[in-house]
Design a protein around this ligand. Sequence first.
Ligand code: NAD
Length: 487
Amino acid sequence: MRAQPKASHFIDGAYVEDAAGKAFESRYAATGEVIAKLHSATPAIIDQAMASAVRAQQEWASWLPVERARVLRRAADIIRVRNEALSELETLDTGKAIQETLVADASSGADSLEWFSAQAASLSGESVPLGNAFAYTVREPLGVCVGIGAWNYPTQIACWKAAPALACGNAMVFKPSEMTPLCALKLAEIFIEAGAPKGLFNVVQGFGDVGAALATHKDTAKVSLTGSVPTGGKVYAAAASGMRHVTMELGGKSPLVVFEDADLEDAIGGAMLGNFYSTGQICSNGTRVFVQKSILEKFLTRLAERTKAIRLGDPLDPDTHLGPLISEGQREKVMGYIEKGKAEGARLVIGGGVPGGEAFANGSYIEPTVFADVTDDMTIAREEIFGPVMSVLAFDTEDEVIERANGTEFGLAAGLFTKDISRAHRVAGRLAAGICWINTYNLTPVEIPFGGVKHSGFGRENGRAAMEFYSQVKTVHVALGGVDSPY
Ligand code: NAD
């Protein structure tokens, strides 16, 4: 098996196996080949991981900030040196094209560790003068944070959670998605090589039941989940039982608005990246593309031309643009939405099927698909599909499109294309989303906060904002005179 790890879990600086845990397989989505066999964590493994993290956190929190920063920075450097091997593993784990993973996965994880290493070294509070007293605040770590990942960006998700958590002086126990168990193990190895205390970043495998056990473990101070809205509801509720902190990075059905004065090629490029990158398996995708009526047919004609040129194929071939979906189950789900789109009256512009031929026979491939004449009430305009399916909706006026764009329970992201600078900021201000892109789409550099509003989540990853979600404020009040007591 070409990606078999030494053991399923990584705890206290070493690989650990417990064959009593439920066995499961990891498959390469492009061929269906089994690339690793693993075991889900038993309660004993979970306790071992948590106890080791508690120990490591106490040691880590006593280090100088600059010493912690150095470990994160070294980990970033190691990731960059190994980018090629890590990207190949990411491609095997997810089926995403190597063209993408070489530039968007381990490398963005390294950016995150590098940037948060600087935050680790500069974390400070404030001083508040109070006349005959003063107060100061310190940001303290929470303790052991649990990270639970989705399957679309296994390395990036692990790094986006670990970097701010560790920078604030916490330890992390991370559970990858059962669909993509491999990449986080490599990150755990790298932290040890970078000089982290054993147990600072442990990885345990498993399904939702393992996630649930971690979320309610007595030693868990915080849960950070990347996943769907229904899972978010369960994890948020479970965490609340122990008054634990949470970050919820959940799903979306984000609007991308194209006004008639937009640069058409840029708008189409943004819409394609925001629907087809990672074979459409991105939470912040702009899957409801609202196009102003006067440019609609021109937009659709050019969009179809450019979509036709997308190369599907072997994800390990550097010329391939799109690999398969994560699994056969996901393909069935996406095909179900395509059928619903047709049945409910949307116009299929391009795609909509499964590519034929030997090269695609065993993988969960699907054609990049565009629907036009989509209306707000159609299932494909309301539910998160998580596949390469773009819905194009027509609109007339600015007020109308804002109301329709906001008419969803989700609020992760939004985008708009226009050359009118006043309109750009006006509309960005009125779109209900955690992040809004103007004249681009889906860029998430580590420097800027990322996260959702409404059902799309709570808390922020990246940017200085993330530090607030992995630390708590302590206030110290200092008297400068005597105690003035009437008693
Ligand atoms: P999912 O909700 O099925 O699973 C996410 C993780 O939660 C997995 O590791 C799973 O094992 C675990 N889990 C499931 N039930 C649990 C429970 N009861 N308690 C604790 N953990 C549990 O999501 P998925 O299918 O892996 O990923 C796709 C979803 O993730 C999409 O909705 C997508 O939008 C979302 N996502 C969001 C972001 C973001 O940053 N906002 C990023 C990527 C993916």
